[in-house]
Design a protein. Structure first.
Length: 94
């Protein structure tokens, strides 16, 4: 994975946590057919990340809202908490 992508994740996590986060590893995870996904190894512990250069505006914000609603439901299954979501267009490397 390129350094720009790692920095984008580090920036989003730093903003969400309020303290600097360094991404030390990015390991692709298979299984999705719409978005790319990876496990992030960071100075703040492991995180799951997903992204798509083709996502419609608001896609990840709506997903975060839905996951929060599921987490809040009585008797809900275990649902991961969303730490951050961001919209950032990354230019492909030249």
């Amino acid at each position: 994975m390129n350094a720009t992508l790692r920095q984008a994740f580090a920036d989003a996590l730093t903003a969400a946590r309020g303290s600097p986060v360094r991404v030390t590893g990015l390991h692709p995870i298979g299984g999705g057919d719409i978005n790319a996904a990876a496990r992030l190894d960071t100075s703040a512990g492991p995180f799951f990340a997903k992204w798509s250069p083709r996502a419609a505006p608001g896609t990840f914000a709506r997903e975060a809202f839905g996951l929060a609603a599921l987490r809040a439901a009585a008797g809900a299954p275990r649902v991961p908490a969303v730490v951050a979501h961001a919209v950032r267009r990354l230019e492909p490397p030249v």
